[in-house]
Write a protein that binds this ligand. Structure first.
Ligand SMILES: *Cc1c(COP(=O)(O)O)cnc(C)c1O
Ligand SMILES: [Zn+2]
Length: 415
């Protein structure tokens, strides 16, 4: 038995019994994304700081009361979440900051943040006795779903656009997913996947459609605050494509405030790539109206023309007093290099974008150096080796297998 009270439409506020709807608000169709409502009064009695300190579970499931799980026996065996939050002293010094941390979500089972959502999605699929799960994705959501579903023997059908990076497609194939590579954009793959899930009864793990996924995503906010001994940071930087992650973090912070586990919310700072900055532009114009774009950025994980979770994303930024920052692909590549060389964290482009955003904000005087700041790194650099090599901007030194050749090179390099 979970503490879920119902599902509430983000557009009209209508509430539904969880058993009455599977995905979205019947009145609003695909736009009517649902938010999971909990019985905070009951949770408050169990989920205290002291109770959490006693828990040994090093995963998202340590927050079971705040997750929509009816059957804990169906939880997949992989360790998802409770990723390290490392103090980044050297990087902080370089930026002139006193307190900087990196939360490395590249260290999830399939090497991205998406595992948090997939794990919850897989539990819901098993609870609903679904025989197949499906997703459309530029890569990480799909490879994550394929891996976590493989751990419980659940078949997956995945729709990817043609330009998905090879490493992510390799993961899909190795995890045994059926992969449809759609000759078209991510947005077209998304629509086709939704149609297929209805037509064939496959359970949909689609961002901003399945209401339970943001519940998995919110766990990163819970972890950050617990890992900082409930002294919430001043800012959390996160990259934004569809807006599901930032919306999920917003939900986690709302939970923590409602339960009295933190006193004040960190500002959520959404970082977008110049060539895919639909939400940042909507934010700058002060409204909820978005203008879709033809996305173009090397950060494939945040290359999105029609952000699906715009309502939750903009609400999260508004409610936390946050903001959006836009960065160029060049700045992202530079951030990949700096993050690797100053903090030892190997990130894919979207994973390093938060650092690019922080550097931009520092440059423009929007950050006080005394602020306590967390960078959320959402994906591992091995996901996109081509960009990593570009970001490094160097090549190995070729030598002969002789001491003389080495000596010459050492001298040349001044080592
Ligand atoms: C999916 C993803 C994002 C963006 O998340 P949205 O919910 O689409 O905003 C950022 N980084 C990585 C590595 C991702 O896989
Ligand atoms: Zn509605």
């Amino acid at each position: 038995m979970s503490f879920v009270q119902g599902l509430r439409c983000v557009l009209c506020g209508a509430e539904y019994e969880p058993a009455a709807v599977t995905y979205v608000c019947p009145r609003h169709g695909n736009e009517g994304i649902l938010d999971v409502i909990y019985d905070y009064a009951a949770i408050r009695k169990r989920l205290t700081r002291e109770a959490l300190a006693e828990r040994r579970e090093p995963s998202i499931w340590r927050y079971l009361e705040l997750l929509p799980v009816e059957r804990p026996d169906l939880i997949p065996p992989l360790q998802v979440g409770w990723t390290p939050l490392c103090r980044a002293r050297r990087l902080g010094e370089r930026l002139g900051l006193q307190s900087l941390w990196v939360k490395d979500d590249g260290r999830n089972p399939t090497a991205s943040f998406k595992d948090r959502a997939s794990a919850v999605g897989v539990v819901k699929a098993l609870e609903g006795r679904r025989r197949t799960v499906t997703a459309a994705s530029t890569g990480n959501a799909a490879s994550s779903l394929a891996g976590i579903a493989a751990s419980v023997g659940l078949p997956t059908v995945i729709f990817v656009p043609e330009r998905a990076p090879e490493a992510k497609v390799a993961q899909l194939l190795l995890f045994g997913a059926t992969v449809f590579m759609v000759r078209g954009s991510y947005d077209q793959a998304f629509d086709l996947c939704l149609q297929a899930s209805h037509k064939y009864g496959w359970y949909s793990r689609n961002t901003a459609y399945n209401p339970y996924l943001s519940e998995g995503k919110k766990t990163a906010a819970l972890e950050i605050c617990e890992q900082l001994q409930w002294q919430a940071p001043d800012r959390i930087y996160v990259s934004v494509g569809d807006g599901c992650i930032i919306g999920g973090l917003g939900k986690g912070l709302r939970d923590l405030l409602a339960l009295g586990l933190i006193e004040q919310s960190p500002r959520l700072i959404g970082v977008q790539a110049e060539g895919s900055a639909v939400l940042a532009r909507a934010w700058a114009q002060g409204g909820e109206e978005i203008e879709p774009c033809a996305p173009s950025t090397l950060a494939d994980s945040i290359s999105v023309g029609i952000p699906r979770d715009r309502v939750k994303a903009l609400r999260a930024v508004r409610e936390t007093g946050g903001a959006f920052t836009v960065v160029s692909d060049e700045e992202i590549l530079e951030a990949m290099r700096i993050l690797a060389q100053e903090a030892g964290v190997f990130a894919e482009p979207a994973g390093a974008a938060p650092l690019a955003g922080l550097r931009r904000d520092l440059h423009e005087g929007r950050v006080d150096p005394r602020e306590r700041i967390v960078l959320l790194v959402t994906g591992n650099g091995l996901k996109d080796v081509g960009s990593a090599i570009r970001a490094a901007g160097t090549a190995p030194h070729r030598i002969d297998p002789t001491a003389a050749s080495l000596a010459q090179a050492v001298k040349q390099l001044g080592l």
